[in-house]
Design a binder for this molecule. Structure first.
Ligand SMILES: NC(=O)c1ccc[n+]([C@@H]2O[C@H](COP(=O)([O-])OP(=O)(O)OC[C@H]3O[C@@H](n4cnc5c(N)ncnc54)[C@H](OP(=O)(O)O)[C@@H]3O)[C@@H](O)[C@H]2O)c1
Length: 333
């Protein structure tokens, strides 16, 4: 009996047989364990860019179907799911050590699967995706720290990117006064549309003046840039406030002093979306579908097929992406 074939974007880091592009694969090419999901939408994250390049050091399988995000329909009943159930899966080993969302079908362990919450379509869930989930974890961390909308302006860095766009939209939706830091002056209207009241040029935060403290400006921050940007924004945090740090597009290093921590009591809150425990995952998606649901999802999301992935994966590593690219693995297949 012939094996049904389906389209997939495949990356191989084998130096003798490098591969990066779309081809037809069979069911036997994806995992043999796990729940079979027909992927309706995936999305493009910075990590997918890393997983699709030799230097990224993220791919743990070769060849690999990348795609850390996926949303779709359960194909076969079992493991607590019924055929036709709509689900989301992201993080864990998906798209790094296990084939991910850039194919029409994926197999995912049942304990990594979240039911699509009421109030979201599969496309909306992927416009949000890992970037939006990380933004939500960051916003919730600031709320738990006690930062309230009336306490003063909050900062979002890397604001036009996935995590950044979502954080701007979620925070402004909750009534926070949001300052957006971006390296893309042409995106000012986009950021104001998401709810930013003020735009800061990225260089303001990335240039270090060598002082351990600066005047207190922000009552909280969502940072996905890291490096000197994070080091500088810590100096501008108000007494008792916090930054939720999730990313490294500006560098993995962090050169700081303890002065902001011990003189202003500010907190550095680490954010991880990959190993987030399932109960937190389910509750976070419930909030994303309700009070954190970002406005403007239509403007933030751009739909592409597998054939367009190559260019977008290159662009995201160069900091060139505005908003979130969602991938329909069956389109253009
Ligand atoms: N901890 C976690 O679980 C987790 C989850 C998701 C993402 N992340 C990390 O968060 C970061 C953002 O991910 P993403 O998918 O949102 O990527 P993205 O869409 O590319 O967004 C990143 C943004 O950072 C800014 N940027 C890029 N290069 C920069 C540079 N050299 N210096 C300063 N800013 C720069 C750009 O925004 P502007 O042009 O507007 O400045 C860019 O759009 C990545 O490092 C990713 O690995 C971590």
């Amino acid at each position: 009996m012939s094996m049904p074939m389906f389209p997939a974007f495949v990356f191989s880091n084998d130096p003798d047989r490098p591969e990066r592009g779309v081809r037809e694969i069979g069911m036997d090419s994806i995992a043999s364990d796990g729940v079979l999901i027909e992927v309706e939408w995936s999305s493009v994250n910075y990590k997918d860019g890393l997983a699709s390049t030799l230097s990224g050091k993220v791919a743990r399988l070769s060849p690999l179907v990348p795609g850390v995000d996926l949303a779709g329909r359960i194909v076969e009943s079992g493991d607590g799911f019924e055929a036709g159930d709509l689900v989301i899966a992201h993080g864990y080993d998906i798209g790094t050590s296990r084939h991910g969302g850039f194919a029409r079908f994926a197999r995912v362990p049942s304990e990594w699967i979240v039911r699509l919450p009421h109030g979201l379509t599969t496309r909306e869930a992927m416009v949000i995706g890992t970037g939006g989930f990380t933004a939500a974890l960051s916003v919730i961390a600031l709320q738990k720290w006690g930062i309230r909308p009336d306490d003063g302006p909050v900062l979002v860095t890397g604001a036009t990117g996935g995590v950044g766009s979502m954080a701007v939209s979620m925070l402004s939706g909750l009534g926070y006064d949001v300052t957006a830091s971006s390296g893309k002056p042409e995106a000012a209207d986009y950021l104001r549309g998401l709810g930013a009241s003020r735009i800061l040029d990225r260089s303001v935060l990335s240039d270090d003046d060598g002082r351990p403290l600066q005047s207190m400006e922000f009552n909280g921050a969502v940072d996905c840039v890291g490096g000197s940007t994070l080091a500088n924004l810590i100096k501008k945090l108000k007494y008792g406030s916090a930054v939720a740090a999730s990313g490294l597009t500006g560098g993995a290093g962090l050169s700081t002093t303890v002065i902001p921590f011990i003189l202003r009591g500010v907190a550095l809150l680490g954010i991880d979306s990959v190993q987030t425990p399932m109960d937190v995952r389910v509750e976070t998606w419930r909030r994303i579908a309700t009070d954190l649901k970002p406005a403007g999802l239509e403007d933030i999301g751009h739909s592409i097929g597998l054939q367009e992935l190559d260019g977008v994966l290159t662009s995201i590593l160069e900091g060139g992406v505005t908003g979130r690219y969602v991938v329909s693995p069956s389109a253009h297949g």
